[in-house]
Design a binder for this molecule. Structure first.
Ligand code: SF4
Length: 427
C-alpha cells in the first residue's frame, strides 16, 4: 500500500511554502550502518561495533573496502541462529566480545555499539548494555550506542544517530562565552580550510565530531552552531537541549553557499563587512572561476533527484543557481523545513519537490521526464543507465569532500563527468 498526499500552500517565497509531493511507499535506500565508513575515519580513537548479522558485516566491509595492513576500527558482533532462537544470552556474548576487543585494542577510547535490524528485531537493549559496559570500562573507555538499522531510516541518519548519542557527553561550557560549533562530519582538509577562514575573522570555533574523542568540544548557552550537513535533525535537537542555538544558513556547497554559511557566523559574531570581504574574496573568486569552467557543460541540463542522502535540496540549489541546471524533480527522504528554510528560499519557484518515496511511481515520473542526469542510489543507477539515462550515485556525494570554496569545482565536476562520459560513449 502506498499513498500520495499533496500539501498545498499559497504565498510562495522561492520554494519555502511550495507544495510538496509526499510519498510513503516502497523505498530504495541504504541503511544507517553506512555512516560508519566516514565516521570511523573522522573520530580516530573510536571503534564501531555493529551488533548485527552477516549481511550487516558484508555491507560494511564492501562499502569500506577491506584493509589489509591496518586493523580496522569497525567490526560486527554476529547475532547467530542460537541468539535469534533465544538459546544464548546475547548480553553475556556481547560483554565477552567487548572484553576481548578492548583487551586487544587499548587505543580505543570510545566504543559505539551500533544497533541493526536483527538486534532491533530481537529487542536487544543496547542502551542498557552501553551503560553497563561504560560502568565497567570508564575512565579508559566510554561506551555509547545508537541505531544504524535500515528500518524506516536512510543512510545518512546513521551519522545523526551517532552524534545525537555523543551530544549528551559533551562537557558543559563553564564561562558562557560565545563560541561557534560546526556540526557534521567534514573531511579533515575541509575542516582545516573552513576553520582557518573563521579564525582569520576572529571567530572562535570548534568542530563536532572532533578528530579524537578526548577532545570533545564544550557546549552551553554561549554555543552558536552551524550545521555543515543537512541530515542532523536529532543532533541539533540534542545540542539545543544543552542550550546551544542554531544559526540558520544555507549549507556550504558552492561559492555562494559557502559565503552565506560563513556570513551567518560572521553576522552572529560581529565580524565587520570589510574583514569578511577581505577574508573571503580570494577563495571565493577561485571557486567562481572553477565553476565558470564547469558551467559551460552543465548549463541548461535537466536534473532529477531521487531521495537518498538528504543532500538533495542544497545540491539542487547549487546546481541551479551557480551552474544553470534545470531542476526536474528534487526528492528528499525527509524535509526539515527549519533547517532547509534558507535553501528552499533559493530554489526557483515551481520546483517539483517530493518527500519520502514510492519508487515505482517516481521511476515512472523520471522515465516520462527523460532528464539529462539522475541522482540516485546504487540500486537504481544500473537499471536507469540501461534505459539510456545518465546517473550520479548519491552516496559518492557523501564520501567525497564537497564543502567549502576549494571543493566547489570538484563538486561541479562530479556532475559534469558523467555527462562527458555519456557524450563520449554515444559519439
Ligand atoms: S542493518 Fe538492516 S538493512 Fe543494514 S545491513 Fe543490517 S540487516 Fe541490512
Amino acid at each position: 500500500m502506498s499513498s500520495v498526499i499533496p500539501i498545498r500552500s499559497d504565498n510562495a517565497s522561492g520554494c519555502q511554502d511550495a507544495p510538496v509531493l509526499i510519498e510513503r511507499g516502497q523505498r530504495e535506500v541504504f541503511c544507517g550502518l553506512t555512516g560508519i565508513i566516514w565516521l570511523h575515519r573522522k573520530i580516530q580513537d573510536a571503534f564501531f561495533l555493529v551488533v548485527g548479522s552477516r549481511t550487516c558485516a558484508h555491507l560494511i566491509q564492501s562499502a569500506a573496502g577491506v584493509m589489509i595492513f591496518a586493523e580496522p576500527r569497525f567490526g560486527t558482533a554476529i547475532i547467530d541462529e542460537r541468539d535469534l532462537a533465544g538459546l544464548a544470552d546475547c548480553n553475556d556474548e556481547l560483554d565477552k566480545v567487548v572484553g576481548q576487543l578492548l583487551q586487544r585494542r587499548p587505543d580505543i577510547k570510545l566504543l559505539f555499539l551500533v544497533g541493526s535490524c536483527p538486534s532491533e528485531v530481537i529487542k536487544l537493549d543496547l542502551s542498557r548494555a552501553a551503560e553497563r559496559l561504560t560502568r565497567q570500562y570508564l575512565p579508559s573507555v566510554r561506551v555509547l550506542n545508537y541505531s544504524g538499522s535500515g528500518i524506516e531510516t536512510t543512510f545518512t541518519q546513521g551519522e545523526d544517530a551517532c552524534l545525537a548519542s555523543l551530544a549528551p557527553t559533551l562537557p558543559q561550557s563553564s564561562d558562557g562565552a560565545a563560541r561557534l560549533l560546526v556540526v557534521g562530519t567534514l573531511a579533515d582538509v575541509v575542516e582545516d580550510q573552513l576553520g582557518q577562514l573563521l579564525k582569520t575573522m576572529g571567530v572562535a570555533v570548534d568542530f563536532f565530531p572532533p578528530r579524537r574523542s578526548t577532545q570533545l568540544p564544550s557546549v552551553g548557552p554561549g554555543t552558536r552552531f552551524l550545521l555543515a550537513q543537512p541530515f542532523l535533525a536529532d543532533t541539533a535537537r540534542a545540542l539545543e537541549s544543552r542550550g546551544a542555538v542554531h544559526l540558520g544558513a544555507p549549507f556550504p556547497l558552492g561559492a555562494e553557499g559557502t559565503t552565506a554559511w560563513l556570513q551567518a557566523a560572521a553576522t552572529e559574531f560581529g565580524v565587520s563587512p570589510a574583514l569578511f570581504e577581505q577574508t573571503t574574496r580570494a577563495p571565493r573568486q577561485r571557486a567562481e572561476q572553477a565553476l565558470s569552467r564547469q558551467r559551460t557543460l552543465l548549463q541548461g541540463k535537466r536534473i532529477f533527484f531521487f531521495p537518498d542522502s538528504q543532500l538533495e535540496i542544497p545540491l539542487a540549489r547549487f546546481l541551479h543557481r551557480e551552474l544553470g541546471m534545470e531542476l526536474v524533480e528534487v526528492g528528499t527522504p525527509y524535509l526539515h523545513r527549519n533547517h532547509m528554510a534558507a535553501e528552499l528560499a533559493w530554489l526557483p519557484a515551481g520546483t517539483r519537490l517530493s518527500e519520502g518515496q514510492d519508487v515505482e511511481k517516481q521511476l515512472d515520473r523520471c522515465l516520462a521526464d527523460q532528464p539529462d542526469m539522475v541522482v540516485c542510489g546504487l540500486g537504481l543507477a544500473n537499471p536507469l543507465e540501461a534505459k539510456g539515462l545518465t546517473t550520479k550515485w548519491a552516496i559518492e556525494l557523501v564520501f567525497t569532500p564537497i564543502q567549502g570554496y576549494e571543493q566547489a569545482g570538484d563538486l561541479a565536476g562530479l556532475f559534469s563527468r558523467p555527462l562527458t562520459r555519456r557524450l563520449k560513449l554515444v559519439a
